[in-house]
Write a protein that binds this ligand. Structure first.
Ligand SMILES: [Zn+2]
Length: 265
């Protein structure tokens, strides 16, 4: 079976000492395609650079809401330039995070608005992050939707069936992380996972974050890796009463189509 991890933060400092080994282990686990998440200007450039000329690796270019205060006109230009590179397949991660408010809300809204515009200008899909900001976020996305030819994936979706239905009705894809394996925190999400059509469902680790809690034996580290993606898949398949082979095929097809991974440079 083969897997695509749509959310791998491989330029995180947590991987700086053994990145090659991490990528080898991913391959060994069948995770043969990965989308490396760009979370700020320099990180998006580093992500694109990491993916250059590497088989099975692509990246996103964007500014995470945590870093929205750093979003300048120069950042916008930089993201636009990155979006023209063949390895860059989405704008993001971008959106709103009112949970921790590492950047003030008005700065987050401004940076998100610029990246929605970039989605329209470049035609690339959006890679979205939203936490505790559903109403404002969804209103902005809905407003922009008709101008976004590439659509959008709500990465690390953690909410319930009601929010899932809203995103799906708009036309979004949904990314599921190891959050789904957390029976307590992920209860609403576990219901929502049943509602996602197979051709809109993608899988991700969000490594090095969000270690799936269903891994056996229990890992000794808290650092998640792309090689753990099949554990996320196992949980999703069980909830949906699909075979893991079916899920592997449908998630692979949905992801490769959405990010146009087979269209080449
Ligand atoms: Zn995120």
């Amino acid at each position: 079976m083969q897997w695509v991890d749509i959310g791998a933060n491989l330029v995180s400092r947590q991987f700086s000492s053994d990145l090659e080994a991490v990528m080898e282990r991913a391959k060994g686990a069948g995770v043969t395609r990965m989308i490396v998440t760009g979370t700020d200007g320099p990180g998006s450039a580093a992500s694109a650079e990491l993916c250059r000329g590497r088989e099975g690796l692509w990246s996103t270019a964007g500014v995470h809401p945590h870093h929205a205060s750093d979003f300048t006109d120069a950042t916008r230009e930089e993201l636009k330039a990155l979006s023209e590179r063949p390895e860059v397949v989405a704008i993001g991660e971008c959106g709103l995070d009112f949970n921790r408010n590492f950047s003030p809300r008005d700065a987050q809204i401004r940076a998100f608005a610029h990246q929605l515009e970039l989605g329209a200008e470049t035609g690339l899909p959006l890679f979205l992050h939203q936490r505790d900001a559903h109403d404002t976020f969804f209103a902005m996305l809905r407003e922009a939707w008709s101008s976004l030819p590439g659509g959008a994936v709500v990465h690390c979706f953690t909410e319930g069936p009601k929010e899932a239905a809203e995103y799906l009705e708009l036309g979004c894809h949904v990314g599921i992380t190891g959050w789904v394996a957390d029976e307590r925190r992920g209860a609403a999400l576990r219901d929502a996972v049943l509602e996602i059509p197979t051709d809109r469902l993608m899988l991700e680790t969000d490594a090095p974050y969000l270690m799936p809690r269903n891994i056996q034996p229990k890992p000794e580290t808290r650092r998640n890796e792309p090689m753990n993606l099949p554990w996320v898949a196992r949980e999703v398949a069980a909830l949906r009463t699909e075979s893991i082979e079916e899920l592997s095929r449908s998630a692979w097809d949905a992801t490769s189509t959405f990010f146009r991974l087979d269209e080449g440079a």
